[in-house]
Write a protein that binds this ligand. Sequence first.
Ligand code: HH2
Length: 280
Amino acid sequence: MNARDFDAWLHATSRAPLVMGILNITPDSFSDGGQFAGRVAAIAHAREMIASGADLIDVGGESTRPGAQRVTAPEQIDRIAPVIEAIRRDSDVAISVDTTLSPVAEAALEVGADILNDISAGREDPAMLALAGHRGKPIILMHMQGEPGTMQANPQYTDVTAEVMDHLEERAAAALVAGSLRERIILDPGIGFGKDLEHNLQLLRELPRLKALGFTLLVGVSRKRFIGAITGVEKPSDRVVGSIAAGEWAILNGADILRVHDVHQTKEMVSVISALTQRT
Ligand code: HH2
């Protein structure tokens, strides 16, 4: 799907769920660390996901797994910009940039990215919200308790869903003030970001409450640790079936976009669910 069609999709009332393929250009991501760190491998993987039917490609140059090293803006740009440029050369697929830093986002837009994906929801660098607003670019605002380095140490909530909703509403209000259109704001509960197994399950059970906020909803469950905790599957790349099950649940409970590693399998699931629910 190209950026123009994605923008039309964001404004539409009836729509099929979309699949966002993950491209981690990092040596240390939790599920595919190092696999696509080299430019050639990253570009080949993007092409493969596009051929498998990815509607969007999310490109990131910094791992957010618990304990991961922070990556400076110049280093992130060095990792992602040539790859975005190369994807753009032979495809018009909509590309998001997974970063919390506005210089990285700006550099990505410069070489052809279309969407901002900010796991800090503009808290780390408020200029992210201004950038999305001024440039009219869709922005994904994710909930996270704490910081990636320490977020899994001891996450605490009284009512996880209510707290995630309050936070996302507050961040969406900030994005609106910074000039974003409501339709271009995408909310994400941030599965696994400062949440234990029960918090993740509670949020997924209560997705309809999040959906009722009235924004486009993105959910990322792919290969995450909570899937391994439930199924006993240790290796992230072996968590495909569990990821598909959780993704299917998310769609049936209001998710509009799934952020996934296994594009081909997810597209198959989404096409069956879309046929059954008549969301096309
Ligand atoms: N999850 C990860 C990274 N970015 N962005 C959004 N909006 N939602 C998510 O759930 C999300 C995200 C973590 O997954 P991954 O990119 O596979 O791993 P890593 O951060 O280790 O690169």
